[in-house]
Design a binder for this molecule. Structure first.
Ligand SMILES: Nc1ncnc2c1ncn2[C@@H]1O[C@H](COP(=O)(O)OP(=O)(O)O)[C@@H](O)[C@H]1O
Ligand SMILES: [Mg+2]
Length: 451
């Protein structure tokens, strides 16, 4: 408790002696609460369990113009939460900037990319595939429902991102294919691990069984009707993405490690942003699968940095992220998503469209939203999408542009004006090219928007 000595003459000036209604000092210290002058603490799970805080899930969305310190903030949270038992999973380190943090913690980062050895199977069974033969019918039915839900969301996202329609017919075909290829049946005690090429092959050389169960009159009608699906899935097995997501995973997560990072640097370096977006979607789905069964007390920070690269692909890609954020809500994981502008997820569709509505809903999947600096042009959407008042908008477009790490923290219905303080070591670990290549931008005085 802070103490001040005041004379009776001075006291009235500070009456009623309240220095802002700060949050309880639990969780990790972040920096200054500049309104109260005290230390601001971040405790997402604690906020969920605290009745007085209107936070129902521990997810965090971070917005900010490039160079404003989104990644630095995430890294500080990751490092500081370690002592509370949180370990981190970085789903798609596009610029390989989390590798530095991983190595500092004694963990070798995992890389996937063109020509590299490592593979991630986005259709991985994950921990749900363990001890399958020992489960009863009810549990097998439950597990298959979870698996097929995840697989369908991913395939819909992949197909939608190639601008191939994915309606009820396609969904039925893919559901049948998944069933045929994995061989699941409540009466059977095994399930076969599946991969994208296996799904593709089943569509390319369909069995009579599959054609009948999909209700096609002939092989030719089946092949004609599923051409778009085949081409869309084929894209994952060719071009830039070849050799990344088309085989069994070679990467096993060591859940005891303080951090696990999957780097996409080599793919990103090729400059094909659509491929990066698709890769992020695959990792997103895979990471979701890895969290479908968790040990009690196994708490994770699951990060999706630069999520705009995924969600601008298509509305189906937005839905895929939406599904992951919703699904692992109950297990205590803190999911962090970073974006440039609040309107980023809306870029997948026309204003007023179904896509825009889904994207708006996505913004409400986190009760904690941190707004680092933005350009003046973004002020209007801060109001319309996040409901900021004029004073709060100004804080984001003016004060927060003055220094990296300055942000408006929206915790449930409360607002805090916070400056993140980095330690010496953190400053080294969070140093990114943003500051080297564009020092003016990093200091927030440039008005150009490279987001
Ligand atoms: N709170 C802070 N104090 C001092 N420097 C910071 C702070 N936050 C970020 N930086 C520096 O600003 C640069 C850009 O930060 P970064 O996190 O990469 O931005 P973003 O992810 O928003 O593009 C980095 O070099 C980082 O070290
Ligand atoms: Mg960043």
């Amino acid at each position: 408790m802070a103490q001040w000595d005041l004379t009776s003459e001075e006291t009235p000036a500070l009456w009623p002696l309240i220095a802002g209604d700060g949050m309880a000092p639990t969780g990790v210290p972040i920096g200054f609460d500049t309104l109260s002058g005290g230390t601001f603490y971040c405790d997402p799970l604690g906020w969920v369990t605290d009745e007085s805080v209107a936070v129902t899930n521990p997810n965090i969305f971070i917005f900010g113009k490039p160079g404003r310190g989104k990644s630095a903030l995430v890294k500080a949270i990751i490092l500081r939460m370690i002592r509370f038992g949180y370990r981190s999973l970085i789903l798609g380190d596009v610029k390989a900037e989390y590798e530095v943090v991983a190595r500092a913690l004694g963990v070798e980062p995992f890389r996937i990319g063109p020509g590299l050895q490592g593979r991630i199977n986005p259709l991985d069974l994950g921990p749900l595939g363990l001890d399958w033969e020992r489960q009863d019918h009810a549990e097998i039915a439950r597990r298959t429902a979870v698996l097929t839900g995840r697989w369908l969301t991913l395939i819909r996202g992949l197909v939608g991102s190639q601008h191939v329609p994915f309606g009820p017919t396609e969904e039925r075909v893919i559901s049948q294919v998944l069933r045929h290829v994995s061989g699941w049946d409540v009466a059977r005690s095994t399930i076969t691990p599946i991969t994208i090429p296996m799904v593709w092959h089943a569509l390319d050389v369909p069995t009579d069984d599959l054609i009948t169960s999909c209700r096609y009159a002939s092989r030719q009608t089946f092949l004609d009707a599923t051409r778009g699906l085949r081409d869309a899935l084929g894209a994952l097995c060719a071009g830039s993405l070849r050799g990344m997501f088309d085989a069994e995973s070679t990467f096993q997560i060591d859940w005891r490690a303080p951090i696990r990072t999957l780097s996409l640097r080599d793919l990103h370096a090729e400059g094909n942003e659509i491929a990066v977006g698709i890769a992020l979607m695959c990792l997103n789905s895979w990471g979701q699968g890895m969290r479908e069964v968790v040990e009690p007390g196994d708490r994770r920070i699951v990060l999706r940095d630069e999520a705009w690269m995924q969600t601008r692909l298509s509305v189906e890609a937005v839905k895929a992220l939406d599904a992951s954020l919703r699904l692992s809500r109950s297990d205590g994981d803190i999911q962090i998503v970073t974006y440039h502008k609040p309107s980023d997820p809306l870029s997948a569709g026309d204003a007023g469209s179904q896509a825009a509505q889904i994207a708006k809903d996505l913004l409400h999947l986190a009760d904690v939203r941190i707004l680092l600096g933005q350009d003046q042009e973004v002020a209007a959407e801060l109001r319309s999408l996040l409901g900021l008042t004029a004073v709060q908008q100004n804080l984001v477009t003016d004060w927060a542009m003055g220094w990296p790490g300055r942000a408006l923290w929206m915790v449930g219905d409360r607002r805090f004006k916070v400056q993140l303080l980095l330690t010496e070591i953190e400053r080294e670990l969070t140093f990114t090219n943003a500051a080297i290549t564009d020092p003016v931008d990093a200091a927030g005085r440039s008005s150009k928007d490279d987001g």
